[in-house]
Structures are given as structure tokens and as C-alpha cells.
Design a binder for this molecule. Structure first.
Ligand SMILES: [Zn+2]
Length: 358
């Protein structure tokens, strides 16, 4: 049994500025990878103010696409090489944070082409700082980078394990996030907690984290269902997401995530929403005592209540029957997502997941 969490995590208000002496010492020039919203939520300004205060130069790529592709990673890696950067800062949701890892890998391996992203080999990368501004991915503490592979019409995590050096986690960056983003990303973190818990790779360490995370999620639930979200709720959502990231670092994700990639690629359903649809089915197929434990932790009296909760938060999944067949076929051939499931999975099991989502 092992527990390996080499990321230095600061989780408190204003941590970007408070600990800037430390993280700005990673190099002389930074490449900031972000999307457009980090300018609105204040995270980008906190990062650039800190870099300026320490006389560290930087360049910014702020057009990170949702579900970043291999092509985008290679384009930004070229920019990083041109600018001679020596560390990478990802600011935003899973897309910029995952992209930052892949870009940091490819800048370090300057002589490699895009194929290297999906090849086994040296995973050394430039140092990485991650600043999350959504509460779902947990990417700030995971070694995972999921990219879109257009040639295969899906998303898939790269085989390299790349831990950031710093995770700077501040719930205040959620203040400007639309409610829909808070819901979708919080449902994603619930998916991480559940899938890493009902998982053959779970250990007492990862279970401890999943259990605490699910108990926190229970307290986040009323805010997700109402129009009133307090600072305290946002802090709790952010912490839950970081804990969920630690849990998947150790046990990984399983069927719901595997199925979600298909929905996201083919139907453009946001990641958290796509993951959330399959959680009731995934829990319902587990052993009765596991099921009872999960439901108790997240504060649902039975599977029916959990299913209703997901429907209330996400609405029903609308999907054509032939798409269901294709998704099931795809996941039945996905050894990586099937292997950690602690129960037998048949096409029928998966069909039930869809029925409960619709
Ligand atoms: Zn996820």
C-alpha cells in the first residue's frame, strides 16, 4: 500500500499572493496557460501581480479551448520554447490545468513530436503551478492530463504522470462562476469521490479521503440546489474538489468517466454533467453495504433519492438509442476503465446506467 502526494498544496484565501515567495522561485520566466474567465475571477491578476512583484517575466496564452486537443498543446509548446520559459502556470478549470501539464512535458522534451504525448517514456516536465478556478477537476493535485484526440473522436488521459509542484487553492475564485459551472463541476468532484471509492484500487488512505470528501459534498448540496451560495459554500466546494483529486490520484476513475468522454466528444455535453448522469447507476450496481455507505455519506436515503437529485441538478439525459449502443460498445472494450470496477460489468449493467440517467 502506498500514498504519494508530492504536490505542495496551499488551500486558503489569498494563497497565491501569500506564498508567492515560494512558487515564483521556480524559474526566471513563466508561461501562463489559461482561458478567458481567469481575467474576470481575479486569479490571473493575483498571479501576474505576484510575478511582477518578484521580477519574474511571463507570457500568457489565454485561449485554452474546452477539452484541449493535442494540436493546441503543440501550438502552445512552440510558444513556450520560443519564449524560453522555464516553468508553466495553469489557471482555470480542468482544461487549462491539464493542458499546462502536457505543455510542460513537451517543452522539456523539445525534440519530440506530438506522438510522444501518448507514448511511454520519461515523464520529466518543466515545473508546474496550478491555480483552480472551478471546483470539479482536482487537476491541481493529480498527475493526470486528459486531452482530446480528434483522430479517435474521444478524450483520453496521456500515459505520463506529471504532478504539479504547487496547487494554490482559493475558494474566492469561484465567486464569479455561473451557477451552472458550480453545479457541473461539483458533480464532477462527486464522481471522482464515488468512482475512486467503489474501486479495486482504493486503499485505506484513498478511502479516508473519499469518505471525508463525500461528507463535505453533503454539506455543499443545499447550496447547489438553491440560488444562495455563500463564501463558506464556495470554500467547501473548492476543498471537496481538491480532496477528490487526491482520491483519483490513488484509485483513478472508472465507468462513468469512461462513458462521459463519449458524450462530451459526440454530444458536447460538459464533462461534469456527462459524468454525473452515470453516478446513480454506478452506485446502484455496487454491493449493498458499499451502496449504503456512499448514500449515507452524501445524505441520500436511497438510490431513488440520489437519482432524483442528479435529475434535479442536471436534467435528464437525452440520447438516441444508437448512441447508447456505440457508447456501451466503446466502454466494453476499454480495459482501463473496466478493470478497477469491483463488480461484474455486462452490457446490461451499462444499459441500466443509461436508463437511470434518462
Ligand atoms: Zn472528472
Amino acid at each position: 500500500m502506498k500514498f504519494h502526494m508530492p504536490v505542495k498544496v496551499y488551500c486558503e484565501h489569498d494563497c497565491v499572493k501569500t506564498y508567492s515567495d515560494e512558487w515564483t522561485s521556480l524559474g526566471r520566466k513563466a508561461l501562463i496557460v489559461t482561458g478567458r474567465s481567469s481575467a474576470k475571477n481575479g486569479a490571473l491578476a493575483d498571479v501576474t501581480d505576484s510575478l511582477n512583484a518578484h521580477q519574474i517575466s511571463y507570457c500568457i496564452f489565454d485561449h485554452t479551448e474546452e477539452n484541449p486537443s493535442i494540436e493546441m498543446v503543440m501550438q502552445v509548446r512552440d510558444m513556450g520554447i520560443r519564449e524560453n520559459v522555464d516553468f508553466v502556470i495553469g489557471i482555470g478549470g480542468g482544461s487549462p490545468m491539464d493542458a499546462a501539464k502536457a505543455i510542460a512535458l513537451m517543452i522539456y522534451h523539445k525534440d519530440k513530436d506530438a506522438d510522444y504525448l501518448y507514448q511511454q517514456g520519461d515523464s520529466t516536465a518543466l515545473p508546474i503551478v496550478e491555480v483552480p478556478t472551478t471546483c470539479g477537476t482536482g487537476s491541481e493535485v493529480t498527475p493526470i492530463s486528459v486531452l482530446t484526440i480528434h483522430a479517435k473522436r474521444t478524450k483520453s488521459s496521456i500515459p505520463h504522470r506529471i504532478f504539479p509542484q504547487y496547487a494554490l487553492v482559493d475558494g474566492k475564485y469561484l465567486a464569479s462562476a455561473p451557477k451552472k459551472i458550480l453545479v457541473n463541476t461539483s458533480v464532477d468532484s462527486l464522481g471522482h469521490l464515488i468512482e475512486s471509492y467503489i474501486n479495486l484500487g482504493a486503499s485505506p488512505f484513498s478511502r479516508m479521503i473519499s469518505e471525508y470528501g463525500m461528507a463535505l459534498w453533503k454539506d455543499v448540496k443545499p447550496a447547489l440546489l438553491s440560488d444562495h451560495v455563500t463564501d463558506e459554500d464556495r470554500d467547501r466546494m473548492m476543498l471537496t474538489s481538491t480532496l477528490a483529486g487526491m482520491a483519483i490520484t490513488h484509485a483513478g476513475t472508472t465507468l462513468p468517466h469512461g462513458l462521459s468522454y463519449f458524450l462530451t466528444y459526440e454530444m458536447h455535453i460538459p464533462h461534469g454533467q456527462a459524468v454525473g448522469y452515470f453516478q446513480p447507476g454506478y452506485v446502484a450496481a455496487a454491493a449493498p453495504e458499499t451502496q449504503a455507505k456512499v448514500l449515507e455519506l452524501i445524505g441520500c436515503k436511497d438510490i431513488a433519492e440520489f437519482t432524483t437529485l442528479i435529475h434535479t441538478l442536471l436534467g435528464p439525459l437525452e440520447i438516441a438509442p444508437d448512441m447508447v449502443d456505440t457508447a456501451i460498445k466503446g466502454i466494453m472494450a476499454n480495459e482501463r476503465k473496466l478493470k478497477p470496477v469491483p463488480y461484474e460489468v455486462t452490457e446490461e449493467t451499462l444499459r441500466k446506467f443509461f436508463e437511470m440517467a434518462m
